[in-house]
Ligand binder design. Structure first.
Ligand SMILES: CC(C)(COP(=O)(O)OP(=O)(O)OC[C@H]1O[C@@H](n2cnc3c(N)ncnc32)[C@H](O)[C@@H]1OP(=O)(O)O)[C@@H](O)C(=O)NCCC(=O)NCCS
Length: 145
């Protein structure tokens, strides 16, 4: 049975899980170190969720939630949602996303946002099913590296 938990300490198990899962989301992202992941886990602005195959079982999914206050209120973003190919279609993506929505609500966030390319059909279907609605806005990115 799949289960979701918040990571409280980054360790080698987490690093190897992220290194294994990351290429299923991005072919260009560099693999993070333990220190990089500890920074996410230790920051009050981010919550790192993992999906496990059975309690104490292997990590088969991840999601990072960013929460921050700006003048218009507390806002949240969901990033880097990945579920291992081997366990897709079993509700893991939904569990991770619902856990993030709960945490954002508890933190007082007014909104939770995310982006997903139209070609990510499974992801778009999942988010819409959970109640995310598309916003008409221009999404800009400025590359610094
Ligand atoms: C998106 C992702 C996290 C979903 O994980 P998951 O554990 O399979 O999620 P769930 O089982 O909760 O739901 C998957 C939904 O996608 C649907 N789905 C699965 N494969 C699909 C496909 N090829 N085309 C369309 N829908 C698909 C499932 O039918 C299900 O929707 P439904 O319950 O309404 O039928 C997973 O597919 C993934 O990691 N993809 C690669 C990385 C990625 O795109 N991440 C999202 C970045 S925004």
């Amino acid at each position: 049975m799949l289960c979701v938990s918040k990571v409280t300490e980054a360790d080698d198990e987490l690093v190897s899980a992220v290194v294994r899962l990351l290429p299923q989301l991005s072919t260009s992202a560099p693999a993070p170190s333990v220190a990089d992941l500890q920074e996410i886990v230790g920051s009050p602005a981010t919550v790192f969720f993992v999906l496990r195959d059975g309690e104490g079982g292997p990590i088969v999914g991840t999601l990072t939630l960013a929460i921050f206050r700006i003048p218009t209120g507390v806002r949240a973003w969901i990033e880097d949602v990945i579920v291992d190919e081997a366990v897709r279609g079993q509700g893991g993506g939904e569990m991770l996303t619902r856990a993030a929505l709960d945490a954002a609500k508890q933190a007082g966030a007014r909104t939770v946002e995310l982006t997903s390319r139209p070609s990510r059909q499974a992801a778009n279907r999942l988010y819409q099913r959970l109640g995310f609605v598309t916003r008409q806005t221009n999404l800009y990115r400025y590359d610094l590296i």
